[in-house]
Every structure is written in structure tokens, then in C-alpha cells.
Design a protein around this ligand. Structure first.
Ligand code: TGC
Ligand code: FAD
Length: 405
């Protein structure tokens, strides 16, 4: 078999997943044995199951559905949900570490876990009836049922309080009308947690099941980002939803925003995983790639990039660890979560862009994970509240002045 010059260059470098997590400030010492066990088992799973296949699925723009069983087995679906409902009953640092390791593999796979755990299981757990919890949570935890979360609409993204999707009380059922756009996992989800306005204009959560008449989930194509994640719409055309599917224990925008606190927290850890992978790849490449008769890592300009990357990653790691401690004590505020989500994604985007340059031409290929991470992060910086929205949440928190109204 003949090899091209390109193949030879790849062969000389890093085609295998040789990932070694950067830990410049010995943050491992802040973790318990259980945290490390959880982290290491997810890390191993990602190396074995995600790294070898993810590039191919991303290039073909297909969601690797066969990973769902493995995600369930490593406890990625509802890590903090109590065991009596099928969750893993872990603390928030463990949850963060799971998201970090999965996103180290790919943001799209972490998306699937975030949506299932934080945006589908969490609202059922926090706002659902006992019957709803027992009916759905164990099956969601095992991956037997997959869910999605419908908040964003074609005309209302950053401002979900203006949503148009609505439910009308028809006695023994609700009639649901409207549509949701940009919904992760919608094309294959069995259930959707949908946010809609009731007759009084209050935002309510309702569980819609695949197969209900008038409910469809067209897939969104042509994404350059999160290509290994399935994204779609939710379309409701006079869907009859039984009354028992309404989440009884929450009313108002604080319902969906409460779920977003959980998911944004996970993203704050996850995005750093992507940053760590880009840094690790660029560091190794810089020691192997020779130009002007020496490794490029010996040049001051490349060292500046690496030094700045590890500095920002380390600051981010400390921020999310402290946020995890506060979250475990139920003291983390939504604004603190916004700061961490925004900071981690910005860090990851900057690291991925610098790391890509360090690989020269090789950086644009799928033989290294960097370009894929970089493109994925363009979604992560937008979903779960855009970069601007999180800045304005911080601005509002420190000034007491609301820039949204
Ligand atoms: P505002 O008037 O400030 O608040 C309305 C009510 O909500 C309460 N609240 C919160 N509650 C819990 N957690 C939070 N983070 C909360 N923020 C606000 C607030 O106290 C109030 O309660 P009450 O009792 O007084 O009614 O609301 P607003 O309309 O001015 O909006 C504020 C703003 C802009 C910050 C909010 O709308 C926002 O965060 N917008 C961004 C939308 C967003 O993040 N969408 C994400 C969609 S889901 C998604 O992207 C999933 S991607 C999944 C994946 O693949 O990983
Ligand atoms: P817009 O709200 O139209 O914003 C456009 C621009 O205007 C942004 O730069 C924004 O920062 C800026 N802007 C808006 N308001 C202000 C303001 N007040 N001040 C200053 N600037 C402002 N949603 C779900 O409900 N469920 C999902 O599962 C889900 N998955 C997603 C998956 C992907 C791949 C993507 C890309 C999105 C997903 N979303 C999901 C939607 C996501 O949450 C929205 O895209 C996001 O909230 C932004 O809304 P928008 O796209 O309508 O942008």
C-alpha cells in the first residue's frame, strides 16, 4: 500500500489519542477519591469509544447513536439525580468532571448528555409529580428513553419570555400549538420537555411524546458546528396532550431558566475539556514538529501561545472547581454560573484558535481534534445563553441595573 507525504507526516505525529490532561496547579489534590474514579472512568471510556470514531461521524454529520448505551453506563444521564429515580446520585464536582471528559471527546456528545440530564431529567425531577418522576426518570437514566428540551423559537432566542408556543385548556387535555427551533436531539428524542404559555400567559412545562398526532421533529441540516450532534425543530399542530403531562410544580420563566442553571454549569466544565484537548494536542505537536532544524516548541512565539493557553485553562479550572463547591453547598448563584459558562467557552475558543495555528496546515485537517473542537465551540458560545447575554447577566448582577428592559 502506497502512502502519501501527507500520510507520512500524520504518521510521524499524533494520530492516536495520547491525551494527557493538563493540571498545572495540582487541582487533582482538591478532588476526592470518588471524583478521580468517576473522572478516570469517563476519560477511559472517551479514549476507547469516542476518540476512534468521532471524526468520521462529524465529517459525515451523523450522530453516533450507538454511544447512548455507553453514556448511560458511565452515569452521564442525570449524574446528580438521586439513585431512587435511577440517577447516579453524584455531587456537582463529579457531574462537572463527567462533562469535562465527555467534551474533551466532543461537544456534541456532551450536548446529548447535558440535554438528557440537565434539561429533561432535571425539570421532571424538580418540577414533576411523583408519578411523572417514576414514569420517566429511570428510563431516561438508562437511555431507554431519550429526551429533548424546547425553549428557543424561530422568533425568540435570547428572549424566551416572548415565546408564542401555547397550550389551551380543553377540559381533559391541552391543545398545543407553535414551534421550537435549534433543538438538540429532537430528531430522535422519544419525549420533549416543552415550554409554552397557558391561557393566562404563564410559561408552563409540558411533556410531549413522540407519536402524538400533530407533533413532528424535522432535522436541521447544513451545520458546520456540532456536526456529530443531531439538531432539529419541534412542530406542534393542534397536538392533544393529556393533562397529566403538565409539570405541576413550576410556573413562569424561572422554570426553564432553573434548568439552564444546571446545564450551563455543566458546560462551564465541559468547554474546558475541549480547551484541554486542544492545548495537549498543540503541546505534543510543538515538541515533535521540526522547522529550522528544531522543534517549533522552542520558538518564543509558540511558547507564548502555550504559556497563555495553560494560564487561561488553569484559571478556568480553579473557577469551575470553586463553583462546584458552591453548587454542592447550594450557594452558587445563577450569575456566578453565567460568569463561568462565559469564561470557559471564551477560553476554549481562544485556545482552540491558537492551537489550530500551531499545527500549521495540519491544524485544518480531521487528523487532529482541534478544528472540530473550534467549530463545535461556535455553537457552545451561542447556546444556553449567548456570550453577550451572560455578560449582561454579570453586568446586571454587579450594578443592579437591568440592561434587558
Ligand atoms: P427576568 O425577568 O430576569 O426573570 C424572569 C424570572 O426568572 C427568574 N430567573 C431565574 N430563575 C432561575 N435561574 C435563572 N438563571 C434565572 N434568571 C432569572 C427571575 O428571578 C424571574 O423570576 P420571578 O419569580 O420574578 O418571575 O427574565 P427576562 O425575560 O428579563 O430574561 C432574562 C434573560 C435574558 C437573562 C433570560 O431570558 C436568558 O437567560 N436568556 C437566554 C436564553 C437561553 O439561555 N436559552 C437557552 C435555550 S436552551 C439551549 O440552548 C440548550 S443547548 C443544549 C445543548 O445542546 O447542550
Ligand atoms: P438571538 O437571540 O437572535 O441573538 C442574535 C445576537 O443578538 C446574538 O449575538 C445575541 O448575543 C445578540 N443579542 C440578543 N439580545 C441582546 C441584548 N439584549 N443585548 C445585546 N445583544 C443581544 N435551544 C433550545 O431551546 N433547546 C436546545 O436543545 C437547543 N440546542 C441548540 C443547539 C445548537 C447547535 C444551537 C446553535 C442552538 C441551540 N439552542 C437550543 C438555541 C440557543 O439557545 C439559541 O440559539 C440562543 O439562545 C440564541 O438565540 P438566537 O439564536 O435566536 O439568537
Amino acid at each position: 500500500m502506497s502512502t502519501t507525504l501527507y500520510d507520512q507526516q500524520i504518521h510521524r505525529s499524533l494520530k492516536k489519542d495520547l491525551y494527557e490532561a493538563p493540571d498545572y496547579y495540582q487541582i487533582d489534590e482538591l478532588l476526592t477519591e470518588e471524583h478521580k474514579l468517576v473522572r478516570d472512568s469517563v476519560r477511559d471510556w472517551v479514549k476507547k469509544e469516542v476518540s476512534p470514531i468521532i471524526e468520521d461521524f462529524a465529517q459525515r454529520s451523523v450522530f453516533p447513536k450507538h454511544l447512548l448505551n455507553g453514556l448511560a453506563e458511565i452515569g452521564a444521564f442525570g449524574p446528580t439525580i438521586p439513585e431512587e429515580y435511577g440517577g447516579a446520585g453524584l455531587d456537582y464536582i463529579s457531574y462537572g468532571l463527567i462533562m469535562q471528559e465527555i467534551e474533551r471527546g466532543d461537544s456534541g456528545i456532551r450536548s446529548t448528555a447535558s440535554v438528557q440530564g440537565s434539561l429533561v431529567m432535571y425539570p421532571i425531577f424538580a418540577y414533576g409529580s411523583e408519578e411523572q418522576k417514576h414514569k420517566y426518570l429511570p428510563k431516561l437514566s438508562s437511555g431507554e428513553l431519550m429526551g429533548c428540551f424546547g425553549l428557543t423559537e424561530p422568533n425568540h432566542g435570547s428572549d424566551p419570555s416572548s415565546m408564542e408556543t401555547n397550550i389551551k385548556d380543553k377540559g381533559d387535555h391541552y391543545l398545543l400549538n407553535g414551534s421550537k427551533l435549534w433543538i438538540s436531539n429532537s430528531p430522535f428524542a422519544d419525549i420533549a420537555v416543552v415550554w409554552a404559555k397557558d391561557d393566562l400567559g404563564d410559561i408552563r412545562g409540558i411533556i410531549v411524546e413522540r407519536g402524538m398526532s400533530g407533533f413532528s421533529t424535522p432535522e436541521t441540516h447544513n451545520k458546520w458546528s456540532l456536526r456529530a450532534s443531531s439538531t432539529g425543530e419541534l412542530v406542534f399542530d393542534n397536538v392533544k396532550v393529556p393533562k397529566e403531562n403538565l409539570l405541576p410544580n413550576v410556573k413562569g420563566l424561572k422554570g426553564p431558566l432553573g434548568c439552564l442553571n444546571q446545564a450551563r454549569y455543566g458546560i462551564a466544565w465541559g468547554a474546558l475539556g475541549a480547551a484541554m484537548d486542544c492545548y495537549d494536542t498543540a503541546l505534543r505537536y510543538s515538541k515533535e514538529r521540526m522547522q529550522f532544524d528544531r522543534p517549533i516548541g522552542g520558538f518564543q512565539l509558540q511558547q507564548k501561545k502555550l504559556a497563555e493557553m495553560i494560564t487561561e485553562i488553569t484559571k478556568g479550572q480553579l473557577l469551575v472547581w470553586r463553583l462546584g463547591v458552591l453548587k454542592n453547598e447550594n450557594r452558587a448563584t445563577p450569575a456566578q454560573i453565567s460568569m463561568a459558562k462565559r469564561n470557559s467557552v471564551e477560553t476554549a475558543l481562544n485556545v482552540s484558535r491558537e492551537a489550530r495555528q500551531m499545527l500549521g496546515g495540519m491544524g485544518i485537517t480531521g487528523d487532529f481534534p482541534i478544528m472540530r473542537h473550534m467549530m463545535n465551540l461556535e455553537s457552545v458560545v451561542t447556546y444556553e445563553g449567548t456570550h453577550d447575554i451572560h455578560l449582561l447577566i454579570t453586568g446586571m448582577d454587579v450594578t443592579g441595573l437591568n440592561a434587558f428592559k
